[in-house]
Design a protein around this ligand. Sequence first.
Ligand SMILES: Cc1ncc(COP(=O)(O)O)c(C=O)c1O
Length: 371
Amino acid sequence: MDTKAYSTWLEIDSGAIKDNVKAIQTLTGTQVMAVIKANGYGHGVLAAARAATSAGAQWCGVARMEEALNLRSAGIKSQIMVLGYTPPALIQDAIRNDIHVAIYDPKLAGDYVAHAKQVGGGLKAHVKVETGMGRLGMAPGDVPDFLVDFCNNGAIEVDGIFTHLARADEPDADLTDQQLGKFNTLLLQLQKANLCPPVIHSANSAAVLNFPAAHYDLVRPGIAIFGIDPSPGSHLPESFRPALTWKARLTSVRTLSPGHGVSYGSIYVTSRHERIGIIPVGYGDGYRRVSGQEVIVRGKRVKVVGRVCMDQCMVQLDDVPEAVVGDEVVLLGQQGGERITAEDLAAKWGTISYEVVCGLADRLPRLINES
Ligand SMILES: Cc1ncc(COP(=O)(O)O)c(C=O)c1O
């Protein structure tokens, strides 16, 4: 990988995404919808889509129609589903581009029908059921009548039904069993009335790992395909590996005299002669303006000191006297025997690993390792 032209960049290991998707298929034996919304969880949506579908994912799942259309226009041939809200004005685009939408509100579905009829119908949809997430979803009691009214009426083909689990990352929480219980009761009712759509799904990454009863016909992993644990208490098997490494180069190394302030506000002041390096990464890239962060230089962890700026931050290099301008620095990933994970950064930032990777700025070049 030629990185000479970059001062900071992300390396995306497409082989890791492929292997993680295959591991999920082996674990579940179901179809896989690779959830790659928010620019593939920050990894780059097209690289993620290409890797996941070439590994056998039959579906790509996104949050918005714009994301789905982007995938189609880039040549992604798999089934594509918009998991969130689709404005009625985009329903004809969905039909033209063979994109499935989520239906969770009978009134909105009425608007979809009106738009679909203008182009001869054929909108593909999955009904989303509210079982306990308290977000999008039709009340289970409304689903049978809705399906009688809308199923295969020419305008809409309902070819899937799904729900979303709120606490699947907590294997001991009762809520998941309650949600699956509600969902199963509805499915049984629909099956008896010959109304059940063919594809049933509910499992995010955590449910892939913790709740085999949630797998049904199709699973919808996102974070797991990128090799990141769904939560601190829900770990991926060892065979999974992270797909993303964030690197930068040292752009300056200087020895500052004792009592020298470093960066805005001078919250860090050198206590002796100190070697201070600069890396061209800041909060404008999705790094955080918090204290206590570390990066890896020449295989050693070093501290980020002083305030993180928009485009730069400073590191204390006394323990790495051999470090020089141009050296590769790892902010997220492995170098030598040291590793900083998305989970580590999330703990430092007081957030979850999802926010760490989704927050990686567009301006960071994503270099794809096509293994
Ligand atoms: C409806 C739906 N399904 C699946 C996923 C994938 O979740 P995860 O990344 O936890 O696997 C998400 C992500 O938020 C989602 O909203």
